[in-house]
Design a binder for this molecule. Structure first.
Ligand code: NA7
Length: 541
């Protein structure tokens, strides 16, 4: 088979892959993007279930690299839904004429590094072979749904859907008895929408989510014009701050929640929610790691929940019993209110676990339920799912899977020792999804672009992080997260939701701004933490 030679091969045509393509193509590189889906969008192509939206405000959950693009696309809502996010990605694709460098419906199976040629050979399921100098994974952190492995799953006679792989055709809930399994962010979003249409909705809940009410509303021109005027300032704040966002209604007190009376603290939290902001954690400096502080914030949330959910038994079932900030909490839009509907039942499958899926529905230890449709919102193989689906072999034919068997090992989440010229956009060990993902992506893409420019101007054919630097970084990522609840929760951040996946806290918790400074310093001082080889295999110092 004839090999197709390119300078850079980018995997994935979501936010990450598209911007990477644009940057490298502008630099004059011959770039090819391979995408498994039938069109652009990445996770927003697949997650088209009713109610899907991003919990980052739309005017921030978009690229900042083009002022024109920023002001051209009119976001319709404060938290726009998946159809509009996808429209935005498609709009960007057309505006920058990106489609011509993307091959769709193409699944990468293998990527093998050849030390003699200093090139990556990349194979696809469709039988193509590419040869590339730069191999770049833009495959996303939440792109591979966790496949539900319930016993008897194939025997179900009704309709079965996964939120993370929602079909393109219209799914009708009318006249149906529907089950939703999973109450993370996806469940919290899909449940209210199904409840509005189905004859009956049964929510099979194993672990309740904290769902903090958010305010969504249509955006008018006055709102947008005001944002356009302030965009530079907003983006600067986003890129230098912790979470990649610049618009916030929260004035952090910088104090412990315990310094306030219960009434004062509750009032401040209620006012914050009233202003439409769910990030209560920013108000006080100790709710991320102090159990007593967490208890106060939890009591406030329980009280709020009790006011919303009318049936006390249901309300109690909906109360999470773990620290608020040990997992990602959900932006609740009509979520808790949904349980007041007559056609919605909440079932506790923690104490009465699901045993199997039967032809008629779901059998728990004590009961058999009949359904016409089952919707699984059971989550993702986060951060490493897409990377581990490809057989990646680096120097000495070492498989990345073996190297990462006890957890991902990457320097800055960008590169891994032994895998020269392979870059991971928002890889494990970077702030990635702990910040506004689009800001994390832009920072990584721009760093990779600069790095490739450095390689080209300095005749460097192969670059990889030094092992000792990578080891230090991996340790730092673990150490810095250790004091916080988030490093201990049973979440996808740690692979806790995937049986057999090593439990390692994967994202970098130090904040996007601080992380960007580290990356920039490394670049400005000549990438000294990396080993470099010229085409003649000489080592640079
Ligand atoms: P999550 O947050 O991982 O939620 C998955 C949900 O599915 C969660 O409630 C799980 O309960 C539940 N689940 C998974 N497997 C089962 C089985 N076998 N039985 C019952 N319940 C199960 O994924 P989401 O897609 O909602 O959100 C992912 C991210 O997307 C989110 O953090 C945002 O960043 C956007 P469990 O907690 O495991 O008991």
């Amino acid at each position: 088979m004839k090999k197709i030679s390119v300078d850079a091969l980018v995997i994935g045509a979501g936010f990450a892959g598209l911007y990477m393509l644009l940057k490298l193509r502008d630099r004059g590189l011959n770039v090819q993007v391979l995408e498994a889906a039938g069109d652009v969008g990445g996770t927003w192509y697949w997650n088209r279930y009713p109610g899907a939206r991003c919990d980052v405000i739309s005017v921030e959950y978009c690229y900042s690299f083009s002022k024109e693009l920023q002001e051209e696309f009119k976001w319709p809502e404060r938290y726009s839904g998946q159809p509009d996010i996808l429209k935005y990605i498609q709009y960007t694709t057309e505006k920058f004429d990106l489609r011509k460098n993307i091959q769709f419906n193409t699944k990468v199976t293998d990527a093998i590094y050849n030390e003699d040629t200093q090139l990556w050979q990349v194979k696809t399921e469709e039988g193509q072979v590419f040869e590339t100098t730069y191999f770049i994974m833009g495959t996303g952190c939440l792109s591979v749904p966790k496949e539900p492995d319930f016993k008897g799953i194939d025997s179900f006679n009704g309709e079965f859907y996964l939120t993370g792989k929602w079909p393109h055709n219209e799914v009708s809930f009318e006249g149906k008895r529907v089950a939703v399994i999973g109450t993370g962010s996806s469940g919290v979003q899909v449940i209210p929408e199904i409840a509005k249409k189905a004859t009956h909705l049964t929510v099979l809940q194993r672990t309740p989510s904290y769902s903090i009410p958010g305010k969504n509303f249509p955006l008018d021109d006055t709102y947008l014009q005001d944002i356009y005027k302030r965009y530079d300032e907003i983006r600067h704040k986003a890129k230098t701050g912790t979470r990649g966002v610049g618009l916030t209604n929260v004035q952090g007190t910088g104090k412990s929640i315990k310094e306030f009376s219960r009434e004062e603290a509750f009032k401040m939290m209620a006012e914050t929610i009233e202003k439409g902001t769910s990030t209560l954690s920013s108000l006080f400096n100790d709710v991320k790691n102090d159990p007593e502080a967490d208890q106060i914030i939890r009591e406030f949330l329980y009280e709020m929940l009790d006011k919303i959910v009318k049936d006390p038994q249901t309300a109690n079932l909906l109360k999470p019993n773990y620290p608020l900030l040990s997992k990602r909490y959900s932006l609740g839009l009509e979520y808790l209110e949904t349980y007041n509907r007559d056609n919605v039942t909440l079932v506790d499958v923690l104490n009465d676990p699901i045993e199997e899926i039967t032809p008629k529905g779901v059998k728990t230890k004590n009961t058999e339920y009949e359904f016409d449709m089952i919707v699984c919102a059971t989550g993702f193989d986060g951060m490493t799912g897409a990377i581990s689906k490809i057989n990646i072999e680096g120097k000495n034919a070492v498989k990345l899977k073996s190297k990462w068997a006890a957890g991902p090992r990457a320097y800055l989440g960008l590169m891994s020792n032994g895998y020269p010229n392979m870059f991971t956009i928002t890889g494990p060990g970077s702030p990635s999804i702990l910040a506004n993902a689009v800001m994390s992506i832009e920072q990584h893409v721009e760093w990779i672009d600069q790095c490739i420019q450095h390689m080209q101007t300095n005749n460097i054919a192969a670059l990889e992080p030094k092992l000792e630097e990578e080891n230090k970084w991996v340790q730092h990522v673990t150490d810095i997260a250790e004091p916080f609840f988030i490093s201990k929760g049973n979440s996808w951040y740690l692979g806790g939701n995937i049986p057999g996946k090593p439990r390692v806290f994967m994202p970098y918790i130090g904040g996007l701004g601080a992380y960007t400074d580290i990356c920039n310093t490394i670049a400005a001082t000549g990438y000294q933490t990396f080993s470099k080889k010229t085409a003649l295999m000489q080592t640079h110092k």
